[in-house]
Design a protein around this ligand. Structure first.
Ligand code: ZN
Length: 295
């Protein structure tokens, strides 16, 4: 926190320097690790053109942006920021991570090896969510995110799943298990991009946009408490934990993505925490009461 404060002070002071005859190199700053499955928040001098490995990213007008690194990305990331003929270029290697293998048994066999009809439905529903992810939500960044529900972590991001003995997809979210009906709340402000009452694999599904292509998803719910297009505030109810769609027990499958990349929600929370207001200091404990005298 202290280091972040210093960076902010630096950014503030940089902004007050009177315009010199020579243009200065754009400021480029990140919060987060250059590691597989991470999502970083960044700041660039407003108005600078930002590129990552040549591909353009459009930051907010105030200079903030988000940037995600896929689970299987390797090599280096070169960020360049250009303004008034001045350029700042930084290159970082992407740190690899080790991923778990998780066995999931007892799933209805048709959800692991679906029929042609079911396969068609899965694809159509994937297109729906893909389209919803592309909807723009203009929210201020960076946001302070919190866990959407309390419970036991029953599945982590990135694990290779063996379903009923067959190698399945990579698990691209965080599973949080708790009793059916446990309240799920918005981890940050956002706009509801998609509400679906019955997806073949995901069951009751909600997607929320948080701006700069950051989207969070809520799957297998027993009840949905929001409507498509609704603006929601951090802490507001999204729905309840359930086991609709392909699930062996009640849990929330919580996904976070940037553009079409799936991000590790746990790593994301850690980066985002830095932007949360400091927790209020705990009130001093009251002095213990003197024991009652026996009469
Ligand atoms: Zn899951």
């Amino acid at each position: 926190m202290k280091r972040l404060f210093l960076i902010f002070m630096f950014l503030l002071s940089a902004g007050t320097v009177p315009a010199a005859a020579e243009a200065e190199n754009p400021v480029l700053f990140f919060q987060g690790k250059m590691r597989q499955g991470e999502m970083l928040f960044g700041f660039v001098t407003p108005g600078a053109e930002l590129r990552v490995n040549g591909e353009k990213i459009t930051p907010r007008k105030d200079g903030w942006f988000a940037f995600g690194i896929g689970r299987d990305e390797t090599g280096t990331l070169t960020f360049s920021a250009e303004k008034d003929g001045q350029k700042t270029v930084r290159t970082y290697p992407v740190s690899p991570r080790k991923w778990d293998i998780q066995r999931v048994d007892g799933l209805p066999q048709n959800t692991v090896t679906p029929s042609a009809q079911e396969e068609k439905r899965i694809i159509e529903e994937a297109v729906l969510t893909q389209k919803a992810r592309q909807k723009k939500a203009d929210m201020p960044l960076p946001l302070c995110f919190s866990m959407p529900v309390q419970g036991r972590i029953s599945g982590v991001f990135g694990s290779q799943r063996i379903m009923n003995g067959t190698p399945g997809n990579i698990h691209s979210a965080l599973d949080i298990a708790n009793k059916e009906g446990t309240k799920i709340t918005a981890p940050a402000d956002g706009i509801v991009l998609l509400v679906h009452e019955d997806m073949f694999l995901s069951g009751k599904t909600v997607l929320i946009g948080h701006g700069q292509d950051v989207v969070s998803s809520y799957i297998h719910m027993s009840k949905i408490a929001v409507k498509e297009g609704q603006k929601i505030k951090k802490g507001q109810e999204i729905g309840r934990i359930g086991m609709t769609g392909r699930a062996t027990g009640p849990h929330l499958h919580w996904g976070v993505s940037w553009k079409n990349k799936r991000i590790d929600p746990q790593a994301f929370l850690k980066n985002s925490e830095k932007f949360c207001p400091p927790a209020p200091k705990k009130a001093a404990r009251k002095a213990p009461k003197p024991p009652k005298k026996r009469s």
